[in-house]
Design a binder for this molecule. Structure first.
Ligand code: MD3
Ligand code: FE
Length: 214
């Protein structure tokens, strides 16, 4: 029987210590379902360009689902249980998303992964994410699971400090990355998105990042 969520189950690449790339792991039918799930989510919790503590508007549009969601505004980066835009709780993580994240984490060696926060990033052409660490979560022994959708992108991974040469990682729709262990707190970012047309996601790239935040 074909594995759940599995397009390509043959390849598991160690990009750097603790970071596993599962290229093409999500099959075409699941991609379509996730596309519909994102549209449903964004009707309740719309994509928005959040403000950094320094007062800049982020080029990446974001929303969240889960019992906590990642936000930034003039008072800093943090997780909240309610959407500041609507005052309501963030929508639940769709069951198939949760199951996908748990399954991907297991492939990378993490049993019983249960995410409580899923940040959904939307990149239009030109949008990028500068070098940063993900450190607003409570427990760094828990990995982050990233699902790339739509237009391809180039990540860069720098290591434990924001200096020196970075490693480029090219990512396409349906790729999954599980990062934990030594690289969990490494600096990383996303190069400006190039224009293109994805058959399903159109002129955008989306990234689901599952976290254990609380
Ligand atoms: C971790 N998102 O939301 S995730 C973020 O594609 C974020 O939207 C990016 O970083 C995105 O915080 C990238 C995948 C990723 C790539 C390289 C890493 C995570 C990494 C290198 C080290 C640690
Ligand atoms: Fe990050």
């Amino acid at each position: 029987m074909k594995d759940l969520f599995s397009g390509n189950v043959e390849t598991k690449i160690a990009v750097c210590p603790g970071m596993w790339l599962l290229p093409g792991w999500i099959d075409a039918v699941t991609l379509e379902q996730i596309h519909a799930d994102i549209n449903t989510l964004s009707e309740v919790a719309p994509f928005r360009h959040m403000q950094t503590p320094g007062g800049h508007s982020m080029s990446v549009a974001m929303t969240n689902c889960g019992s906590a969601g990642w936000v930034t505004d003039r008072s800093g980066y943090r997780y909240t249980t309610a959407d500041p835009l609507t005052g309501s709780a963030w929508p639940d993580i769709p069951a198939r998303w949760q199951s996908l994240a748990t399954h991907a984490a297991k492939v990378a060696g993490y049993a019983d992964y249960v995410s409580d926060a899923c940040l959904v990033n939307r990149y239009a052409p030109g949008a990028s994410m500068g070098s940063h660490q993900d450190k607003n979560e409570q427990d760094y022994t828990q990995p982050i699971v990233s699902v790339s959708l739509g237009l391809p992108a180039r990540f860069f991974v720098q290591g434990p400090e924001r200096k020196g040469k970075s490693i480029p990682v090219d990512i396409s729709s349906g790729d999954v990355i599980v990062w934990g262990g030594e690289s969990r707190l490494w600096f990383h970012g996303v190069r400006p998105l190039k224009e293109g047309a994805d058959p399903l996601f159109g002129a955008y790239r989306y990234n689901l990042t599952f976290r254990v935040a609380l």
